[in-house]
Design a binder for this molecule. Structure first.
Ligand code: B12
Ligand code: SF4
Ligand code: SF4
Length: 258
């Protein structure tokens, strides 16, 4: 059944351009599966907060979670290296990928339902507490559980196709084989204490070092994305920044060495 789901996702993305007038070019999706009963889902209540839900809170008797990462083309990433404002290409890619994730999630929901199972319908983003800036369903934590990536010190999920892209997930009561997690770290700082390029690149001082540990200030990042840029650079579409992930050793794949 895993192969059928992988086929459905790939086929939908390939045909998407025929249905929607999009400018974004995506590389091959990275797809993984998590066991809905994985102990890490329970740990997220400690790691993120008590409000983080379990798969079974959304789909009763949930058995699996399907996760997909949609990496942007190198051209989109390269357009967003310089300057304080995110590039038009990056902004469009974020918006169009959110739309694709929402459409793909709806398609999977409908197809899985037609097959006689239940499935969730979760948005790609905007499902968060606007004061705390925390969601009750963290796609990238779920993606970590599904084994498709590891975290960078900039919070990004790094997959075999890098971190520049966006994530979606669908919970179902269909039985699927969980993907394996590796114990290997991908972020160079976590591997050997080097790099830190993402931290230096932040355009609104959202990261701070405290005894070799990076502390992330969500409010500073949020200010850059939703207040500062929109107010100071009206030509930008806002709603994005991403400077800490573009043209980094982890942008397009698993960084090996710098
Ligand atoms: C709220 C939100 C924001 C807020 C707060 C960001 C933040 N870091 O918390 C603001 C508006 C500031 C923001 C900014 C951005 N965002 Co945003 N955002 C979200 C949203 C809606 C929820 C994230 C959340 O709940 N954060 C709270 C923290 C606690 O959870 P988390 O960051 O998801 O996961 C962390 C913990 O689980 C933790 N963790 C620690 N220990 C352990 C141990 C285990 C076992 C596990 C499993 C996890 C874990 O590690 C994770 C990373 O730090 C998600 C969509 C979604 N629903 O998931 C998108 C999302 C995280 N955003 C995304 C992106 C791309 C961005 C931006 C780059 C903007 C842009 N589009 O250009 C910046 C990057 C900021 C940064 N450096 O982190 C992507 C990330 C893709 C990726 N490759 O990781 C997401 C997943 C959207 C999507 N559908 O793809 N975002
Ligand atoms: S830029 Fe370097 S330090 Fe930052 S997440 Fe990527 S590999 Fe890790
Ligand atoms: S998205 Fe922008 S403001 Fe937020 S952490 Fe990255 S570089 Fe800093």
């Amino acid at each position: 059944m895993n192969q059928k789901i992988i086929g459905l996702i790939r086929e939908y993305i390939e045909k998407y351009k025929n249905w929607k007038p999009v400018e974004t070019i995506w590389r091959e999706p990275v797809i993984g599966f998590a066991d809905a009963e994985d102990h890490l889902f329970f740990e997220l209540k400690e790691i993120i907060g008590a409000n983080h839900v379990l798969p079974t809170d959304i789909v009763p008797h949930a058995k699996s979670v399907i996760v997909f990462f949609l990496p942007f083309s190198k051209k989109i990433v390269k357009s967003n290296i310089f300057g304080e404002e995110s590039s038009k290409e990056w902004d469009y890619a974020c918006i169009e990928t959110n739309n694709l994730i929402n459409d793909l999630s709806k398609y999977l929901h409908e197809t899985i339902t037609e097959m006689g199972f239940n499935a969730s319908l979760l948005p790609s983003t905007y499902n968060y507490d606007e004061e705390k800036l925390i969601s009750d369903w963290s796609h990238r934590s779920v993606a970590y559980i599904s084994g498709i990536g590891k975290f960078g010190i900039n919070n990004m999920l790094i997959t075999k196709s890098g971190c520049c892209g966006r994530l979606g997930s669908v919970i179902t009561d269909m039985e699927l084989t969980p993907s394996l997690r590796t114990s290997e770290e991908y972020c160079l700082y976590k591997v050997n204490g080097t790099c830190k390029k993402c931290i230096e690149k932040c355009v609104n001082k959202a990261f701070e070092w405290q005894n070799e540990i990076v502390i992330f200030n969500r409010q500073s990042c949020n200010e850059q994305i939703y207040e500062k840029i929109v107010a100071e650079y009206p030509i930008g579409l806002g709603d994005a920044c991403g400077k800490c992930m573009c043209e980094m050793p982890c942008s397009y794949g698993i960084p090996r060495n710098i």
